[in-house]
Each structure stands twice: as C-alpha cells, then as structure tokens.
Ligand binder design. Structure first.
Ligand code: GSH
Length: 311
C-alpha cells in the first residue's frame, strides 16, 4: 500500500471521530480505518503517538496527526479542493468550531454521561469521567445528573439560534457548500441523538436543523476500507517523515531541537507526550520521536487547547 494513504485510528462510537469521518466525506477522500479500543490500553496506537491516547488520530506514513483540529487542517493543506472553508469568514468559523469543541462538547458530554449515570459500565464511567469531568468526576457526574434540565437548556439556547438561521433555506451552516463548521456541529448532534435517550425527542423540535442533519448524513464518509493496527505500524516503520516548513520566532520561546512535553490543557490525568521540537508555528507544533521499532516519526499537535512544557 502507498505510504501517503490516509489512515484514521478511530472506533465507530467516537463523536470526535465522526466529525473527521464527515470531514473526509466532504472532501470525498479515500481512507483506511483502523479500529482502536475505546478504553486503554491501546497497544497498537500509543507507539505511533508517543502516548497520546485520544481518538481520533490520523496517520499518513510516518506522520501522525493528533486531535481533530490538526487532522482537519492537514487534510485542508493536502487536499484543498473542495475547501473546508468555502466562504470568506473561514477564520471566524474556525473560532466558532473551537467554541463547539470546548463549551458545547462539554455540555453534550455532561448530558450524555449525566443521563446515563445509572447504566454506564463502571470502567467506562471512570475513564470518561476522569477525562472530561476532572479529578472530582464522581461528584461532577452526580451534579450533571441533577442539573440535566439546565444543561439541556444551555444546548437549546445555541441550537434554537442555528435552527432559526437555517430557516432562510441555506443548505449548510455557512451557505450552499458543506464546510468544516458543518462537520463540527454535526458531531454533537450525532452524539446527542445516538447516546442520550431523550436526544431524538429534544432534536425533533429543531426542524431546520434536522433537515440539515439529513443532508450531512447524505454526504457520507468518503471511501473507507479497513486496515489492521499492525499493518498501520508496518506502514509507519517503512515510511520517512515528510519535510517540514521553516519555523520562526515563537510566543512561548520554542526553539528547534528543544525537548518538551505536550498534553491537552485540561486536568484529565493523561500522560504527556515527550519529544524534540521539529517544527512550530502559531497553529501547530511537531515533535520528532525516535522509536526502536518504528524508526523516525513526526507527531503533530495543534497549539490551541494544548500545553507545551519545556523539559
Ligand atoms: N480535542 C480532541 C478531543 C478528542 C476526544 O476527546 N475524543 C474522545 C473520543 S470522542 C476520546 O479520546 N475519548 C477517549 C478515548 O478514545 O480513549 C480532538 O478534537 O480530537
């Protein structure tokens, strides 16, 4: 198999992976899916990422893209047409996407976990509770359960605005072409509908939004075939990382060759990734990793939402 094929490490139930699967559909791309476990350990993923355990991760040869932000930006660079940013307000829509990732995703997670408190498998509740609700996740989960009406009202405040906007007959959120922002909002709707027992009833009130949801579903996921985790590792081992763009000065004082750790900027109990800075700009940092089994890898992270700590 060619070394520049898109490989997405994901599992079917992941909403953030669904965001990327829809993004792959918008561009009509050919890609390979590696199914990873929903819970650690993830023995065929972590050797590629240097320890980053979240879902999804994109691999192209020996380049590994962590986080949906980084994945979407890399897809846009490699496959510019059709664009994820078809209108003139791409920067605003990117910022709006970040609001969806942070604030609205958090409400959605609290609704899904909070409403499922009595039925969640204990090990899943513990893992996702710690990841999304912090060290006091047991209390936070009970709180979410107790304040579901408030959380639902918060989501309704946003979704009713979008529903009213969609009443003007536009096909997609920013106009007539599907954009990154559609994939962004869609993944929350997909999550609410599929994993909250009241989701279909709640969403049913937003008729224009539901019609848009149907149009996004009709786009599909592009052209997917499956691959095993060990095949993906073999591809990384036989590939060389791609050349990187030049780096300039940095707001945080990063320099090439510096050893750093990087981790999502939330207290989620995750293991940071350690590596050598190989490239950076205001949006992305790339760490070089040397693996005994896989050789040289480049692991790319977004700057937004991640904390880099020099060692
Ligand atoms: N900021 C990350 C968030 C990724 C995320 O939290 N994904 C969830 C799945 S939807 C996850 O990693 N859950 C834990 C896991 O899969 O181990 C992104 O945009 O990719």
């Amino acid at each position: 198999m060619s070394q520049d094929q898109i490989i997405l490490h994901n599992y079917p139930q992941s909403p953030v992976a669904e965001k990327v699967r829809v993004a792959l559909g918008i561009k009509g791309l050919v890609w390979h899916s590696v199914e990873i476990p929903r819970l650690p350990p993830k023995p065929l993923l972590l050797p590629l990422t240097g320890g980053y355990r979240r879902t999804p991760v994109m691999q192209i040869g020996a380049d590994i893209y962590c986080d949906s932000q980084c994945i979407i930006n890399e897809l846009e660079q490699r496959f510019p047409t059709p664009s994820f940013f078809p209108t003139k307000d791409g920067a605003f829509l990117w910022m709006l996407g970040r609001l969806i990732d942070e604030q609205l995703f958090t409400y959605t997670v609290k609704i899904v976990l909070g409403s499922g408190v009595a039925t969640l498998p204990p090990e899943f509740a513990q893992d996702r509770g710690r990841l999304y609700l912090g060290p006091d996740w047991v209390q936070a989960l009970q709180k979410a359960n107790g304040e579901l009406p408030h959380l639902v009202a918060q989501m309704a405040a946003y979704l009713s605005e979008i529903d009213a906007q969609m009443a003007d007959g536009r096909g997609y959120l920013s106009g007539e072409a599907p954009a990154q922002i559609d994939a962004h909002l869609y993944h929350l709707i997909w999550f609410l509908r599929g994993r909250w027992d009241q989701g279909p009833k709640f969403l049913g009130a937003f008729t224009h939004l539901c019609a848009w949801e149907g149009r996004i579903q009709a786009i599909g996921h592009g052209h997917m075939s499956t691959l095993s985790g060990s095949e993906a590792l073999a591809i990384a081992a036989s590939a060389s990382p791609k050349p990187l763009p030049p780096s300039d000065s940095d707001h945080q004082g990063l320099t090439l060759g510096k050893t750093v750790t990087i981790c999502p900027d939330v207290d989620a109990g995750e293991t940071p990734v350690t590596g050598t800075v190989a490239s950076f700009d205001t949006h992305r940092v790339t760490l070089a990793l040397q693996s005994a089994d896989l050789g040289a890898l480049q692991v790319h992270f977004p700057r937004s939402g991640y904390r880099i700590t020099p060692l």
